[in-house]
Write a protein that binds this ligand. Structure first.
Ligand code: ZN
Length: 494
């Protein structure tokens, strides 16, 4: 067997084991009996140990040195394996083990601190996490993965992206978003919130209908309930979850559409890439571009919400909105809340910018963990005009820092920016799309995205994946143009 064939066979088994680990996590968040938590901890740790040993197996270096790829996809697979191998090689085993140990405990400590609104309880742990991730980032930067520690951490989620480029992008986005926010909040027109009670089973039935509308493949997926919705898996088994609040049906519906976007990406990758390094979404930013374009540009469009308005009246009875246009406003209502995950399209990227600046300073050493809460509250007041009332609504709201996912937040905004670019290209290619959306059929959009983006999986770098689909290099402009046009119309701005 050639070195290439041996390496790919070894990699295939590692990918399979990683998928099994993911399915255990899915099980834990959905159907696992509550009494199984401790045993599951051991099961997951045992599997994680096996996967880690395989990913750091010294034979990978030998195979890489000798392997010759038979084609371009094989060459790209070798590059991705070599890249992961070099990254692993930068982190001393002692540091990797310490990060795994600290972050596995930190999530529980963060959850308890958030429930008790007690920042002090979380600070010692957060100090450890930041110090360890800074050390890892510095080691990676020394190995060539970015100009500094924060760059190197971003690179894990969005290969090739840098803090400097993100800062410049945010700098261009900020003035237009702030101006739009002020105009919308000052507008006389005020879309009404939805009111009433929307029974759980009926919400779930409509959530399935929404997944159908976007072309989610049920033969290779399923829908379950989870506290925090997520999607899980690749290829032939890509599952989604949602949640139900009977007074807030949009929570269920748009969580579902968002996760369907992630899931359609994984379901849409060429079967030839399955269980290879190319068989999954290429980056967090590109992944989020799929969930965002499904959720926002398509799912919250005037045409699609027009169809939803009719279906929701069939299912739930009369709604407060007087007509489809008023309902479109209700779905897209802008309000200045504390919580990122509940933010509307106008506010969302401002939440991300706050986190990007703070975590960049934390890793760079310009901000101490002790001063983080004050820095957060200060910045939030300046950006949102509201005083944070309690830590659970402030710096304790997100899980990311506790699990060591520093450098992750900016990929949410990159996803929005990429979605803006894809939407511009999609609309140019499919001028009749609104007619389908108005019938509750978003499958032509999925077919376009599958052909242009989803199919290639990890074959091209993130920015190249978007540029190939759009025919232009990604910028923030299409997103900002889209937001100004849409919210200008909803709020009657001129
Ligand atoms: Zn997402």
């Amino acid at each position: 067997m050639s070195a290439f064939a041996e390496l790919m066979a070894f990699q295939r088994e590692t990918e399979a084991l990683a998928l099994i680990a993911g399915r255990l996590e899915w099980d834990q968040e959905t159907v696992m009996p509550p009494g199984a938590a401790q045993q599951r901890g051991e099961e997951s740790a045992a599997l994680a140990g096996v996967i880690h040993a395989r990913r750091t197996d010294p034979r990978i270096g030998d195979w890489l040195a000798a392997a010759e790829a038979p084609d371009a996809a094989g060459q790209r697979a070798l590059e991705l394996i070599a890249r992961a191998h070099r990254r692993n090689g930068c982190i001393p085993a002692r540091l990797a083990a310490e990060i795994a140990r600290v972050t596995s405990l930190a999530q529980g400590i963060w959850a308890a601190a958030r429930a008790a609104d007690d920042v002090a309880r979380f600070l010692p742990t957060l100090r450890n996490v930041v110090a360890l991730k800074r050390e890892a980032g510095q080691a990676l930067a020394a190995g060539g993965f970015g100009a500094d520690a924060y760059d190197a951490l971003i690179d894990e989620y969005e290969p090739g992206m840098t803090a400097a480029r993100l800062a410049a992008m945010f700098g261009r986005m900020r003035p237009r978003l702030v101006a739009l926010r002020e105009a919308v909040l000052g507008a006389e027109r005020r879309p009404k919130p939805l009111e009433g009670l929307f029974p759980k089973e009926a919400q779930l039935a409509f959530a399935r209908e929404l997944a159908d509308a976007f072309g989610y493949d049920w033969a290779r997926g399923r829908l379950d309930l989870a506290v925090h919705p997520f999607s899980s898996g690749q290829g032939e088994d890509v599952r989604i979850t949602t949640r139900v609040v009977e007074t807030e049906p949009f929570n269920c519906f748009y969580s579902t559409i968002h996760e369907v976007g992630h899931a359609c990406y994984e379901q849409g990758i060429d079967a030839a890439h399955r269980l290879t390094p190319l068989g999954q979404g290429v980056s967090m930013g590109v992944h989020e571009s799929q969930s965002r374009i499904y959720e926002n540009q398509l799912g919250r469009s005037r045409a699609f919400t027009g169809w939803m308005w009719g279906r929701m009246r069939d299912i739930f009875g009369p709604l407060r909105a007087a007509d489809a246009a008023a309902f479109w406003g209700t779905v897209n209502r802008v309000h200045s809340g504390f919580i990122r995950t509940e933010a509307d399209e106008v506010h969302y990227n401002l939440h991300v910018m706050l986190r990007f600046d703070l975590e960049r300073e934390l890793i760079g050493g310009g901000l101490e963990v002790e001063d983080l809460e004050a820095a957060w509250n200060d910045r939030f007041h300046r950006d949102f005009g509201v005083v944070v009332d309690r830590p659970a609504n402030g710096m304790l709201q997100d899980v990311h820092w506790s699990v060591g996912a520093i450098g992750y937040f900016p990929t949410y905004s990159l996803g929005n920016v990429y979605a803006g670019c894809l939407h511009r290209a999609l609309r140019a290619d499919l001028p009749e799309l609104d007619a389908s959306l108005a019938q509750g059929d978003a499958r032509p959009a999925t077919a376009w995205l599958r052909e242009k983006v989803q199919r290639t999986g990890g074959l091209y770098d993130p920015a190249a994946t978007i540029a190939r689909a759009c025919g232009f290099a990604p910028t923030e402009e299409p997103l900002l143009d889209y937001l100004e046009a849409k919210f200008g119309e909803i709020y009657g701005l001129s």
